[in-house]
Design a binder for this molecule. Sequence first.
Ligand code: ADP
Ligand code: MG
Length: 301
Amino acid sequence: MKIAILSQDPTLYSTRRLKEAGEAQGHQMQVIPYLRCYMNITSRKPSVVYKGSPLENFDAVIPRIGASRTFYGTAVVRQFEVMGVFSANESQAISRSRDKLRCLQLLAREGIGLPVTGFAHATEDIDGLIETVGGAPLVIKLLEGTQGIGVVLAETHQAAKSVIEAFRGLDANILVQEFIKEAGGADLRCFVVGGKVIAAMKRQGKEGEFRSNLHRGGFAEKIKLSPEERSTAVRAAKAMGLRIAGVDLLRSNHGPVVMEVNSSPGLEGIEKATEVDVAGKIIEFIAKNAAPGKTRDRIQY
Ligand code: ADP
Ligand code: MG
């Protein structure tokens, strides 16, 4: 098969591993920086053009779209879909997952466990918003943050109020969330491929830090999930319409709760912590599902 990895940086661990794993399984792999592609949007022969020539005869694309490039990146993925090319994750599903609020609303609709979360535009009734999530301590998040930046723990009602006012004063969109203290600064990253959890790790924040992000100095180790955690992760990926997803769970007193669902989960942390060949499993899944004739000329939303 001929598979394109849509990634801006061929030297990234995830990009390199996907290319390597694809080649090891006998596929022709090409890394394509999607920001350098342009599109010919016509109903007769739609195409994606890169370095002056149309990209033709691809059987599948693996989108690795950066968080700050969602708009253009998903447009390129959508163009491949229009051309009948199988995408490891559909453009619609990627867009959906990029907005934390939208993500939580979709998960709530499916009855999946979530931390109690509030969202408001106006600042007139901050007290009401704080009460909605059970009062302080609580977590305040910027809607478009990643890597733990923009996630704040407010320990008192007054602190929460000031932080909310400050963010709203800057016109930032924020959500307010129940603080799952019992998670103890740890979360679970469940790597879902094709409706199965293929690897899972526990990330523990460094001493005194409630955020477990590896970028914030967290530490990762392999973990065995409970059946309930496993099924929550699979249901969350499905609710978002993602075939490949990194589902982050917190262990709360009332069972696993989903914090976020990532459509381009990184491979380095999970492969190193679990020693699972995640890249290989992604390629196997694509080879099985992008077989010619299976997805051609059809886009499902
Ligand atoms: P980001 O997208 O920046 O990674 P997250 O929503 O994943 O933001 O939050 C970052 C980290 O903060 C999480 O990995 C988790 O360890 C911690 N955290 C986030 N929300 C909560 C919460 N409601 N209760 C307890 N810890 C939380
Ligand atoms: Mg996170």
